[in-house]
Design a protein around this ligand. Structure first.
Ligand SMILES: Cc1ncc(COP(=O)(O)O)c(C=O)c1O
Length: 420
């Protein structure tokens, strides 16, 4: 069988597919594996209880149950849900939004596929544009979303070493190049994999640059405000009509709902809705129906602020303390955890690659993600990209403790050999 170029791009060895297969296979072979890879959100019983109650309400109302199962959503998403979202953003942030500014998607991953390919790739005048990632490491799920080759441009960050074994990435504005070949800028905020939160000042500068070059600034808020609000440091919510903000229900605890929310100016939204209709015909109804209930009962912000953020903050603090205890004495820096659900560990001068470390940890019964996957668009080889790993702290605290101990057991001898 021979696939087209499009087919080859989507149907062959994409990094994310190999990684997900490998994680799945490892768990199948050893179900007792400590799972600190992947991006599944944690289970939070109080939050799950509200989801169940709201879903029950939908199912027990015959008209709502019919709407859930028996009708297609309109291209942009259900108008009542769009209105309720607009009202939430107007009320919370004073953003002047109406339903024309909002579209629903089958998960934010599919929204990025559409958005990236709307703004980058081949243009009818023969030019070619790329998605510019102003700060890598960035979300590995972007890597293979471009239909055409050479789809991303990326800028390495400045690294600030902080006290207590922390470090932080900053946008290197001196190296960031926005040219006629830039189609859009994109940042995840908070960032997967690092837990970094691009500062308000950095975001304002990116916005100015984007507007000056007449390209949109895409902000991936999968972990951000107003929901699920997995933020441990202050960050102003940001939107204007040159911004495309993409939210998701997944990290609220609803990855199975496959629902993303795109907030942008009406031209972008109508282009997005048309493309999404061609691809999916309509979004699924489950996520929007639940979202409507959560908005109607004013649950979504309350759950995010009173349960989800505090839950992850406590898990993050525990994970930091565990890793500090086990890795003390090693040249290991932790990226300052400002949000999201991961710790990003940098083993400075690691004598083997992070991929090799991942393999060795897997043999010992621990799954993490090698850091080198998170550098989409990087053209040169940067040793730093092979010195980091991402660990999630969504597992219970005892697992995280065991994971930290195992990492220390595997990494310590590597540095001792190096000193000899
Ligand atoms: C930063 C980021 N963006 C987008 C996504 C895609 O999420 P979903 O398609 O479940 O909305 C993820 C998933 O892990 C993510 O971490």
């Amino acid at each position: 069988m021979q696939f087209s170029q499009f087919g080859q791009k989507l149907a062959t060895e994409a990094g994310i597919v190999t990684l997900m297969d490998d994680l799945g296979e490892a768990l199948r072979v050893n179900p007792d594996m400590i799972f600190m890879g992947g991006g599944n959100p944690a289970r939070i019983p109080a939050v799950e209880a509200v989801f169940h109650e709201r879903l029950q309400a939908v199912l027990s109302d015959p008209q709502a149950a019919y709407q859930l199962m028996g009708v297609y959503q309109p291209p942009q998403g259900d108008a009542d849900v769009l209105d309720a979202c607009a009202e939430l953003f107007n009320k919370e942030y004073g953003w002047p939004l109406s339903r024309a500014n909002i579209a629903l998607a089958n998960g934010s991953q599919s929204a990025f596929f559409v958005l990236f390919n709307l703004f980058a790739g081949e243009f009818s005048d023969g030019s070619k544009k790329r998605i510019q990632l102003p700060l890598i490491p960035e979300y590995l799920g972007y890597s293979d979303l471009g239909i055409s080759a050479d789809f991303f441009a990326a800028t390495r960050p400045n690294i600030e070493i902080l006290e207590n074994g922390f470090f932080k990435y900053h946008v290197d504005f001196d190296s960031l190049q926005i040219t006629a070949e830039t189609g859009a800028l994109c940042v995840s905020r908070p960032t997967n994999p690092t837990g970094n939160v691009i500062s308000d000042a950095e975001l304002l500068r990116l916005d100015e640059l984007a507007r000056a070059h007449k390209v949109p600034l895409i902000i991936d808020g999968a972990y951000g405000t107003p929901f699920p609000n997995i933020l441990f440091s202050p960050a102003e919510p940001f939107w204007n009509d040159n911004t495309i903000l993409v939210l998701s229900l997944s990290k609220l605890g609803l990855p199975g709902a496959r629902t993303g929310v795109v907030i942008a100016n009406p031209d972008v939204i109508s282009a997005f809705a048309r493309a999404n209709t061609i691809l999916s015909l309509a979004c699924g109804n489950f996520g929007p129906a639940l979202l409507q209930q959560l908005l109607k009962h004013e649950d979504i912000l309350a759950l995010s602020r009173q349960h989800i953020r505090p839950f992850y903050e406590a898990r993050m603090q525990h994970a930091v303390a565990s890793f500090r205890r086990h890795l003390s004495g090693l040249p290991c820096y932790i990226h300052q955890p400002e949000g999201a659900i991961f710790l990003w560990l940098w083993f400075k001068g690691l004598p083997i690659t992070s991929e090799e470390l991942y393999q060795r940890l897997k043999l010992r019964g621990l799954l993490v993600v090698s850091g080198h996957h998170f550098f989409p668009g990087m053209k040169d080889d940067w040793p730093h990209a092979h010195e980091c790993i991402r660990v999630t702290y969504c597992q219970d605290t005892e697992m995280v403790e065991r994971g930290a101990a195992l990492i220390a057991e595997v990494v310590k001898p590597l540095f001792e050999i190096c000193v000899d």
